[in-house]
Design a binder for this molecule. Sequence first.
Ligand code: NAG
Ligand code: NAG
Ligand code: NAG
Ligand code: NAG
Ligand code: NAG
Ligand code: NAG
Ligand code: NAG
Ligand code: NAG
Ligand code: NAG
Ligand code: CA
Length: 566
Amino acid sequence: MRLHYFLALVLPSFARNWCPGRVPSPTSRCKNSTFSEFLPLGASIETVREVGEGECFGEDTYSNIFYGALSNTNVCRNAQDSAPCNYAVHLPTSCALIVDMGTYRFGLLMPTNWSGSLMTVGSYSYGGGINWKDMWTGPKYYNLATISTDTGHNSTPPDMRWARGNEEAQKDWGYRSIDGSTKAAKALLGAYYGQSSLKHSYFSGCSTGGRQGLKQLQLDQSLFDGLLIGAPAWNQIHMLPWITKLATINPPGREFSVYNNASEYTFIPRQIREACDSLDGVRDNIISRPDLCNITTVAHNNLSCGATGAPPDGCLKPEQVNTLIQLYQNYTISNATGQFLGFPAPEPGSEADFQVYLGPGSTAAPDGFDWQWAIEFLGYQRGYSFSDDIIADAENSDPGSATAKPGLTDWTAFNGRGGKLIIYQGLADGLIPPKSTTQYFEDLRTAASGTAINFSRYYQVPGMHHCWTSDNDGTRYLAPWMFGGIGQQNYATVAQTESILGKSDSDMLTALMNWVEGKGAPNSMLATTWNTSTTVFRKRPICPYPQRAENTDQGNIDSPNSWTCR
Ligand SMILES: *[C@@H]1O[C@H](CO)[C@@H](O)[C@H](O)[C@H]1NC(C)=O
Ligand SMILES: *[C@@H]1O[C@H](CO)[C@@H](O)[C@H](O)[C@H]1NC(C)=O
Ligand SMILES: *[C@@H]1O[C@H](CO)[C@@H](O)[C@H](O)[C@H]1NC(C)=O
Ligand SMILES: *[C@@H]1O[C@H](CO)[C@@H](O)[C@H](O)[C@H]1NC(C)=O
Ligand SMILES: *[C@@H]1O[C@H](CO)[C@@H](O)[C@H](O)[C@H]1NC(C)=O
Ligand SMILES: *[C@@H]1O[C@H](CO)[C@@H](O)[C@H](O)[C@H]1NC(C)=O
Ligand SMILES: *[C@@H]1O[C@H](CO)[C@@H](O)[C@H](O)[C@H]1NC(C)=O
Ligand SMILES: *[C@@H]1O[C@H](CO)[C@@H](O)[C@H](O)[C@H]1NC(C)=O
Ligand SMILES: *[C@@H]1O[C@H](CO)[C@@H](O)[C@H](O)[C@H]1NC(C)=O
Ligand SMILES: [Ca+2]
């Protein structure tokens, strides 16, 4: 990540806007005077535009330049991204607004053909800027009015410098911008479509977006009727110290460190995958049971220089083997009372994601993403030395009140008003360890004392990385990963996206909306991966936790009918 961070510093800010929309005609309701009086004091309409069928809308922001795309900023990665990339594309006829709320802004797309409901789309990491790129599927495939906030700043996802010494900016990012933007958007929908016309409000976010949704739910159970939450970064105060801990275990460029060069990202994940693939009973290049994968054994037998099972294209020295094993240990902390879980370990199979925290391209502290948080959010000095005390400091201050706490959420109120929550988590996610999400769900179940089944579901997705995709063999992603989670459409073609969204068995957002709207609770869902843009490689059920998909027909592992949830 440090390489990307560096690039972020030298990239020029964007200047052009390719998707400006059109100045509304005098007779249109899509104009300033329709909205102005419905805004809270101090807020104003910054832009109001009409967008025609098939057109795009947005502005230049850094917000949704994902980690992976940062090195080719503004070079479009997918078919639907006719240059440049940071816009809502392929829109239906809509009225588009940008609203200035004072310390933060939001974008709102209102399709002419409206379902009657609203969706708020979340952000990523510490990035600021309206997440235009993820907004298009709302109006296009679900007829949803769709909003996204810039969270109060403009930065690339890994850049936290905006937070230093700025408690107000931290709070805007932590929770205020989602709350304020969504409330304001609801009033604007009333102005545009007619008072009391809003049926339901939904939230869809992954990573920081997942955190935003859960934090909002902790603060106010009435804002959203349904939330689709992916790999939530809910535990800021424990997770960020863990990331720094990883940096102390594996400082870049040292003899005993791993991931000092790019080829280690080829042979380490591959060896682990090959060694642990079959432990789930099916040889399919997917580790569906990472809990059965003993990293100590694999590191010694299949990665160690000189071992019989050593890779042909590189190997780890004994001290590197020890370091690698440590990366998969729970981060435990001790105090006078005893030993406690600081943060749970990532699972074997998630190695490809480690690049964000561990390099290569890393520079030593204090400049990395892994050291930044305590500096920018807790006020530590650059070059600080790490100790477990950071956890206590983080717990005491919870900067920006950004941490979402399942035990402090009123689940009775949420359940009582018919709210529904779906959480999903890739089992090969190296950025948000699956056990962290499981911990949230278990805490929710404890707090909801038996009623959780009435309003929540949790799906683990074998082989899926952070929010989207899976390991690939050069031509396709091996594990099924597409099921309508936010941002997934950016890794699929338009044809692939279109084949999933709107289908209640394959699209979690549709399943969530059906559940909220009384059309039945979701059970197993189908996840998909493709051979080519039109040919499905694998479709497989993902199961409501604690169930798992079990194979019933070894001869036909790529068909969904060969699997059942148990
Ligand atoms: C909309 O109207 C308000 C109040 O009259 C004004 O302050 C604001 O600048 C206007 N915005 C645009 C985009 O014209
Ligand atoms: C509005 O959207 C619905 C759902 O996609 C569709 O069935 C209907 O034909 C659309 N109406 C118009 C006028 O485009
Ligand atoms: C891992 O090492 C063990 C023990 O040497 C060996 O039996 C196994 O085949 C190896 N697996 C792979 C994928 O190389
Ligand atoms: C993993 O394997 C090591 C030896 O390779 C053994 O000492 C350890 O107990 C195993 N861990 C588990 C959880 O089985
Ligand atoms: C990368 O590092 C590994 C392990 O340290 C080593 O075996 C391999 O030769 C290195 N490859 C390159 C291209 O430097
Ligand atoms: C030790 O840490 C635990 C977990 O954070 C906490 O509950 C406990 O109060 C702490 N005890 C002391 C003596 O600080
Ligand atoms: C790591 O923490 C998790 C809780 O998230 C726990 O279930 C697991 O047993 C711990 N692993 C070890 C080896 O202590
Ligand atoms: C939860 O659902 C069950 C089964 O549908 C029902 O019997 C129970 O009353 C519900 N509980 C709550 C708190 O809604
Ligand atoms: C997808 O690719 C696999 C492996 O190349 C092949 O076995 C399978 O038949 C392909 N599926 C389709 C529908 O073409
Ligand atoms: Ca397998």
